[in-house]
Write a protein that binds this ligand. Structure first.
Ligand SMILES: CC(C)(COP(=O)(O)OP(=O)(O)OC[C@H]1O[C@@H](n2cnc3c(N)ncnc32)[C@H](O)[C@@H]1OP(=O)(O)O)[C@@H](O)C(=O)NCCC(=O)NCCS
Length: 138
């Protein structure tokens, strides 16, 4: 497994894995590429044999105080091999100067994130499900 901290040299067909598992209306591959390009930071896991991106983490940030991690995903056949942990560690290293790094997750994943030094918190959200594939004007 190779890790990359940018999209440089990554072609769209390397991103065509079945990400957004369980999403009824997932972003298209071009929209996926765009949200990665427009992120503050990304980390990618690449299978050297196929050249495909098999895991990613994305952060958005003001670069001053705060960062939010909207998405972390490893393709099902690559899960349980430490790739998700490596992606988080690499992202936290990059965001380490900031005051707050936040994310939302299901309860069963809290232990996973606690192992990376995170603590439980409460939060509030809005979800416009009609925009799940991407904002109309994005
Ligand atoms: C969560 C995810 C990124 C972990 O990636 P991974 O490469 O499998 O992670 P690692 O191999 O580094 O670590 C696996 C650990 O995560 C735990 N884990 C993974 N998915 C879990 C789940 N749904 N519920 C509880 N624990 C889970 C495993 O039990 C394991 O713990 P262990 O180290 O104590 O054995 C991956 O399962 C995934 O992509 N899931 C679907 C998308 C998702 O839920 N993303 C997180 C959004 S907040």
């Amino acid at each position: 497994m190779t890790f990359r901290e940018s999209l440089e040299g990554i072609e769209i067909d390397q991103l065509s894995g079945a990400f957004f598992e369980g999403w009824p209306n997932p972003p298209s591959t071009p929209t996926f590429l765009k949200l990665l390009e427009q992120s503050y930071a990304v980390e990618l896991a690449i299978d050297e044999e196929t050249g495909n991106v098999v895991g990613f983490i994305q952060a958005i940030s003001d670069g001053v105080l705060s960062a939010y991690i909207p998405l972390l995903e490893v393709l099902p056949e690559y899960q349980g091999k430490g790739i998700g942990t490596d992606l988080i560690k690499r992202m936290f290293n990059r965001l380490g100067d900031l005051y707050m790094i936040d994310l939302l997750c299901d309860n069963e994943l809290q232990e996973f994130y606690e192992k990376q030094g995170m603590q439980k918190a409460s939060g509030m959200v809005i979800r416009h499900y009609q925009n799940q594939a991407g904002a109309v004007n994005s």
